[in-house]
Design a binder for this molecule. Structure first.
Ligand SMILES: [Zn+2]
Length: 151
């Protein structure tokens, strides 16, 4: 933790409080400028930034992801609980990558993979939007593949 007064990177912890609301208070002392300051630390979950296809970066938004999946699952027999489980498992996968940034494509692939095992109609709906499957032949091939797998 850098000293906010002089920028010295080595500050000493002189006191650590009890965790409160997931935050941990620490009192630190800077041996260089002799100033004291408090920090409130939170565990960093490490969800990477999402790099979109146009190169823009955005913060991973689990609510936005859940929304997209819910739309694909509209009027399908997919319990809301399964959708949150899928979103959670995707977020965990991203954290396990241990990277600062991941391509948005990777999230899309994980959703596709998850929906494929949840509900095939939802999967096709998501694939049409996400893979821009606007070609009926491509769509037919995919559906034929799915029908083949299920036989
Ligand atoms: Zn200092």
């Amino acid at each position: 933790m850098n000293c906010p007064f002089c920028g010295n990177p080595k500050t000493n912890v002189v006191y650590t409080g009890k965790p409160e609301d997931g935050k941990l208070q620490r009192r630190r002392f800077c041996p260089v400028c002799k100033k004291r300051f408090n920090t409130f630390e939170r565990p960093f979950l490490g969800t990477p930034m999402v790099v979109k296809s146009d190169g823009k970066r955005e913060v991973f938004d689990s609510e936005k992801l859940a929304h997209g999946i819910r739309i694909a699952c509209a009027k399908r027999p997919v319990p809301a609980e399964k959708i949150s489980e899928l979103v959670d498992s995707i977020e965990k996968r991203l954290q396990m990558e241990g990277k600062y940034e991941i391509p948005s494509r990777m999230i899309g692939d994980l959703v596709i993979e998850g929906l494929k095992s949840l509900d095939l109609i939802a999967y096709i709906r998501y694939a049409i939007v996400y893979l821009r499957m606007d070609d009926l032949h491509a769509l037919r091939r995919e559906i034929d593949n799915l029908l083949g797998e299920n036989n």
